[in-house]
Design a binder for this molecule. Structure first.
Ligand code: UD1
Ligand code: CA
Length: 453
């Protein structure tokens, strides 16, 4: 791939009206991260400077861009007069030295891969001044068509609204992404007019205008999945589906078993090591790392968590942010863990809430245990020592410490620290009345009989 520095111009000033949303279109998420972040992430993996073109007052979009690329340059496009006008809004960022690449990407086309960008740049190395990323969609409706001459040279791009019937039959379409290496991009774009069906300044006209000035244009053809555009919520879901499919395949290639991959949902930053086995219907929110050999049984929801080596999780377990499961930890059905570190081999197998604190290595948390971490104002910590045994249906009222190896009797409400090795019991003594049940039954049946009379 070309080592030359380049400038990415990411267009994000469109209205996105078809999303019917108060949120700007490019901030809608795919795999838990904004479309803008996907585009900036892909581009920044190849190196270069960044300019993002936003609509006036789109502070949230600018803030998202700065979060991802702190030295990004933000430009406002005063009026949405078309894609060429949008690129010109970033003119102050254009390289002043000749022959540097400018790559235009659309923020609503989030799935472009770095390899595809690299191919566009390589084709500029071959002497072309403009490289257009083309594709052959199943349904070309709505896309600009790429017009080639007899020698397969790109001569122009025709927007659908301006195309003749013959041109509409062309199946090679414009994805929107373009790369330029021309002596003066601003001058080239300034020659583009707006005499067309939409009355807009089309970036796509750079091909025909450039040709008149002796600039050669070329096409790089990619897969439809790489350039899916998002204009509606339905297309947002389609892009999500493509992203998920790609990422599941990547993990399976890297040695992860998924029994029903189409039911496993990943996030942009999910990390899963080799020999992990994942059963159906598992959802990974952002910030999850799964270490080697862990097993995630069906219907788990995992977010902001570390699942250590050899862990067995689920079925039906929920890990919330700050859950850190050490090696060989077992977390079973209907257990929720939030902001708790569990040491190696610790177990909580049934129906528990563990929130804020720590569980030492080898400790056993019985069924129905609750860490009572919240008093309506503050969150407090529960610390369970190594090898401790917490009996079923115990409430540990934080802040509280259970010493190493201690036992908690079932059903206890523990409000005070428990010393290492001790047994703590908090419940009334059991009473027994011999023969009581029989007497009770006789009394009750007599009463019932009397009522019937
Ligand atoms: C554009 C292409 C078309 C291509 C299609 C692929 C042009 C003229 N047409 O059409 O050939 O097949 O994408 O999806 O380029 N934007 C601005 N300011 C503007 C107008 C647009 O920033 O004034 C941004 C939008 O936010 C969006 C991108 O540019 O990210 C594309 O604009 P859009 O109006 O969606 O173009 P299409 O009609 O889809
Ligand atoms: Ca579009």
């Amino acid at each position: 791939m070309s080592p030359r520095p380049c400038l990415y111009v990411v267009l994000a000033a469109g209205k996105g009206a078809r999303m019917k949303s108060s949120l700007p279109k490019v901030l809608h998420k795919i795999a838990g991260q904004s479309m803008l972040a996907h585009v900036l992430g892909t581009a920044s993996s190849t190196g270069g400077r960044f300019a993002v073109v936003v609509a006036p007052g789109a502070e949230a979009v600018a803030a998202e861009a700065k979060r991802l690329v702190p030295d990004v340059q933000i430009f406002e496009q005063a009026n949405q007069r078309g894609t060429a006008d949008a690129v010109l809004a970033a003119k102050p960022a254009f390289p002043d030295s000749k022959g540097l690449d400018v790559i235009v990407l659309f923020a609503d086309t989030p799935l472009v891969r770095p390899e595809v960008i690299a191919e566009m740049r390589d084709s500029l190395d071959g002497g072309a001044g403009i490289a257009v990323l083309g594709f052959r969609p199943k349904d070309p409706t709505g896309y600009g068509r790429l017009l080639l001459d007899d020698t397969c040279t790109l001569t122009a791009i025709r927007e659908e609204k301006d195309a003749s019937d013959a041109e509409r039959n062309i199946d090679l379409c414009n994805s929107g992404a373009m790369a330029f290496r021309v002596p003066d991009l601003a001058a080239l774009l300034a020659r583009i007019g707006c005499d067309n069906a939409k009355g807009e300044f089309y970036l796509t006209d750079a091909v025909a205008v450039g040709r008149e000035a002796g600039v050669r244009a070329t096409v790089v053809v990619c897969n439809e999945d790489d350039v899916v555009g998002v204009n509606s919520r339905e297309q947002l879901a389609q892009a999500e589906a493509i992203w998920q499919r790609r990422m599941r395949s990547k993990f399976m290639r890297d040695g992860v078993t998924m029994i029903a991959p189409e039911t496993v949902w990943l996030s942009f930053d999910t990390r899963i090591a080799g020999d992990v086995r994942i059963e159906p219907n598992v959802i990974f929110g952002p910030g999850v790392t799964v270490e080697e050999g862990a097993e995630i049984l069906g219907f788990c929801h995992v977010e902001g968590a570390v699942v250590g080596k050899g862990v067995r999780l689920g079925p039906f377990a929920r890990l919330r942010p700050g859950a850190r499961l050490g090696e060989n930890v077992h977390i079973g059905n209907f257990v929720e863990v939030k902001n708790v570190t569990l040491g190696a081999g610790a177990k909580a197998n049934h129906l528990s809430y563990l929130g804020d604190g720590s569980v030492g290595a080898g400790a056993n948390i019985g069924a129905g245990t609750i860490f009572c971490n919240y008093d309506g104002f503050n969150k407090q910590l529960t610390e369970v020592g190594e090898e401790a045994f917490v009996g079923s249906n115990s409430s540990l009222v934080a802040p509280v410490k259970i010493g190493k190896g201690a036992y908690i009797g079932s059903g206890s409400v523990i409000t005070k620290d428990v010393s290492p090795g001790a047994l703590a019991l908090e419940r009334s003594a059991q009473e027994e009345r011999p023969g009581w049940a029989e007497k009770f039954r006789i009394m009750m049946s007599r009463r019932k009989a009397a009522q019937k009379k």
